[in-house]
Design a binder for this molecule. Sequence first.
Ligand SMILES: Cc1ncc(C[n+]2csc(CCOP(=O)(O)OP(=O)(O)O)c2C)c(N)n1
Length: 651
Amino acid sequence: MANAIRALAMDAVERAKAGHPGLPLGAADIATVLFTRFLKFDPVDPAWPDRDRFVLSAGHGSMLIYALLYLLGYEKMTIEEIKNFRQLGSLTPGHPEYGHTPGIETTTGPLGQGLANAVGMAIAERHLAAVFGSDVVDHTTYVLASDGDLMEGISQEAIALAGHLKLKKLIVLFDDNGISIDGPLALADSVDQVQRFEAAGWAATRIDGHDPAAIAGALEAAKRSDRPSLIACRTTIGFGAPNKAGTEKAHGSPLGAEEIAGAREQLGWTAPAFEIPAAILDQWRAAGARGKPARLAWEMRIAALDPKKRAEFERRMRGDLGEALRAAVSDVKQKLAEAPKDIATRSASEFALEALTAVLPEMIGGSADLTGSNNTRAKAMKTLDAADYGGRFIHYGVREHGMAAAMNGMALHGGIVPYSGTFLVFSDYCRPAIRLAALMGRRVIHVMTHDSIGLGEDGPTHQPVEQLAALRAIPNLKVFRPCDAVETAECWQLALENKSGPSVLALTRQNVPQLRLAFDAGNRCARGAYELVAADGAASVSLFASGSEVAIAAAAQKLLAAQGVPARVVSVPCFELLLAAPEAERGAIIGEAPIKVAVEAGIRQGWDEIIDSSGTFVGLSGFGASGPYKQLYQHFGITPEKVAEAALARL
Ligand SMILES: Cc1ncc(C[n+]2csc(CCOP(=O)(O)OP(=O)(O)O)c2C)c(N)n1
């Protein structure tokens, strides 16, 4: 049965003239034992909520999972798809893509991410089991990880968190083949992975990854463990290839016709390319049918649940927020209209979160050791830890990358809307995971505070300058930078309603005045920008700004008015929404004023889409500095006077 995987992998890579045969050939025995005897799944319903999750963290070995999906009888994975490996539009892209191929749990390829996603999936499982009971949620998350996955720094964050949280239903199978692209691992690495995982609180063992009995024994032990488990499986990369096995030559290129012929002989595989002998295919299909009774039994249990509980579970798995969100946001805005708050937007976010987390139990918050600074913890939230998986706030530790990737895993698992916090400048430490959330279209929300030189004395290492532009460059990511407490509530609503992608909320450390004093029933941020202050008469100047600089623009507008220059102020909390608005609406928001000035305490990049290259930008062109924030704004010339001057200079 394992040789069926091997044959499909070598033949598909050969036909595509590109791909990675080494891992599927080496890990075929591990995968065969796992998928035929342990993994709980049903090809008839790839999205069955209580299925076990399998993450191929080493995404370059994609032919392993494609071969499995075909052999097990996933309807869409036909032999034609296998033949079309790596071709445009096929279900068999170079690296596994979530949302594209049924049966793929997460998009992998950037090494280490899948492993960290799996930690999030395992957290989601424990949490939902605590909330809904093990009758409803009871599954295991399996990972196949390579040397490369374990060399990446993110793996340390992920395994430390998993060990700390005692995620006993997380099992990592390490394809311990001692080979990476450059050659033997010994060129670059001498870590004892078993000891490393043990040090992080895992159960860890080393076995022969070509011995089915040893693989099964280790999996059985792992399933009984009270800790997450690592099974280091000694394998030979390119197993079966007569000359290339055990060498980097098997890693990432077609084996070649001669080597494939030799492998067929060595493996005793006589069937032609892309043909699986009926007896073997039947065995695989029988393995694929194995999970159906478990799925049906689960469906019976769900059907027998208290209807309210069942509806709530199904709502959460669908990711619908219901009416409660709108009412909660409206209530927050009413309160702000009655008693305006001149507070930092991070505090405004906390104010909104108190209301939102109260009505949305699927929100799981957290912070990378900056809870008090990010204001992400609502008072009623209990800590989610090994003693109480039912808690809703995760202390991720100083692990921004692992946190962001675990959040992706929770969002992929379903039933949870993860949000968390760090400083905006450390978005760089989260970026690879944010990019994948955007690529996969998953709803994760990053609260990123201390969003400019406005953080003051911590100085240029902590002052984001290029991060807003860099985040805005990621497709399908929404970057919100609200200007006051009301916009903060509105942006939270938009982030939560953004079901098909991640969002970043860039929030201030320093206080800002509440600029929106009247109650608006509608969400004025929904188009990404809007006229906050109208000009007295036909505007000759449009002032655009985001976040803390909107108040500066509003003050500049008054200075200009005093000089008889009619100017309007446009608040721009979200570029992406503005640029996606229909042209006529976008045009109306941007307006006709001949002079356009943008103000943002960051670099100019990106603003030209709004103010054109002919517009004037008041912001930064280099790093910040250490000092009290008001002095920094003076020092860098981001003041109402300078903004007014810049506009006047253009008249
Ligand atoms: C973050 C990241 N860096 C680099 C790569 C390119 N890359 C793909 S596989 C690989 C290493 C291959 O070694 P290993 O993980 O042991 O896989 P094997 O050779 O056993 O298939 C590298 C560097 C990548 N996919 N992701």
